[in-house]
Write a protein that binds this ligand. Structure first.
Ligand code: ACO
Length: 329
């Protein structure tokens, strides 16, 4: 009997722009304080992309590192998926720009717009495409320049976000390693609690839309928070169950980093100890789809996870969208 094919992560990479902006820097721009930001969110600082960097430049840097760590020829990649809500252009997709920058042949490449769940959505799709034989080696990235789509004068949102990219290379697994479970969902009824109203066909760009800052993130933070806690818990618990595991089998949990209080509530309910949870929100803030692949790469490079380990990842974001994945390294 032939073994069931799974998709395995064979390389990881990440990139954070050089410029760091601290909470104290924000104190000089809006009516806020380091104490408020840190106690309400867990954030101390975030990275900010340089003016001449586009989203695909960040993906390029992360991808080169992922390809190097996978020890493959970049020309062996046969598909690119980029999770992002802050792409270079409305079209073509950031995936297409990345394909150009990496100098790859005309392989399919596209974006997934699932906000903070974008990387995990991409991973779930890549897993299915590998399992069905449609693709053999897929580059999945999560990348954002959130600081270009936020309102720098709105203290309710501007202090929360940062920029960066992470990427992985996936291929068909020949052994026990690979994606063990996937769980995802979305509820469009709640879309207006967190969205960028203008720039699409609903509200095209106009002098009014720009004046009213409709091209930036609008969020009802309190309402989003309540849903985020419930869905992050659901995604984590379901992904563990679907993998046929218990929380004790998880070597490391990598949650989306939107708010330290959401992470604390999730690990309490999912019975995952703090020591087995990767928290880097203090250093990078919320980078939407890029958060999880950046953290995964950090965990690999710091030796926090090793071959054979089972890693849980879960995310919640605008849409609303949510997802959970367990992968065996
Ligand atoms: N500095 C100082 N005070 C502030 C700031 C700030 N930066 N921002 C808001 N406040 C004030 C508010 O004006 C409010 O004042 P008021 O009581 O006088 O009206 C007070 O602080 C409390 O505001 P709340 O919104 O109730 O604060 P809360 O404790 O809910 O924290 C936060 C806000 C951090 C945004 C939280 O609600 C949160 O994390 N929400 C979820 C975010 C999330 O998960 N997003 C999903 C992913 S993002 C994506 O998909 C793109």
């Amino acid at each position: 009997m032939s073994k069931l094919i799974k998709a395995k992560i064979i390389g990881t990479g990440s990139y954070l722009p050089e410029r760091v902006m601290t909470n104290h820097d924000w104190e000089k721009r809006v009516d806020t304080s380091d104490e408020w930001i840190l106690s309400r969110t867990g954030i101390r600082e975030r990275h900010i992309a340089a003016a001449n960097q586009a989203n695909s430049d960040l993906v390029y840097e992360a991808s080169i590192r992922a390809i190097q760590s996978a020890q493959i020829d970049k020309n062996d990649i046969d598909l690119i998926i980029v999770g992002t809500i802050s792409g270079d252009t409305a079209f073509p997709s950031t995936g297409n720009w990345v394909q150009k920058k990496l100098g790859l042949k005309p392989i399919p490449s596209f974006d997934v717009g699932a906000a903070c769940s974008g990387f995990l959505y991409g991973l779930i799709m890549a897993n299915s495409l590998i399992k069905t034989g449609v693709a053999k080696r897929i580059l999945v990235a999560g990348s954002e320049i959130m600081t270009r789509i936020m309102n720098w004068e709105d203290r309710n949102t501007c202090v929360l976000f940062g920029d960066g990219a992470g990427a992985v290379v996936l291929e068909a697994s020949q052994d026990e390693s690979g994606i063990m479970s996937t769980y995802w969902g979305a509820d469009g009824n709640l879309g207006e609690l967190l969205y960028q109203p203008a720039g699409g066909s609903a509200i095209p760009a106009s002098i009014e839309s720009v004046k009213n800052k409709l091209h930036t993130i609008h969020m009802k933070g309190n309402d989003v928070f309540k849903h985020a806690v419930l869905r992050m818990q659901e995604a984590a618990i379901k992904a563990i169950e679907l993998a046929g595991l218990t929380s004790e089998d998880i070597a490391l949990y990598i949650p989306h980093q939107a708010n330290i209080r959401i992470i604390e509530a999730t690990i309490k309910r999912a019975k995952i100890p703090l020591e087995k949870t990767l928290i880097n929100i203090d250093k990078i803030a919320n980078i939407s789809a890029a958060t999880i692949p950046i953290a995964l790469d950090q965990a690999v490079r710091e030796g926090r996870i090793k071959p054979g380990d089972r890693v849980l990842m879960s995310a919640f974001g605008a849409g609303f969208t949510w997802a959970g994945v367990v992968v065996r390294l």
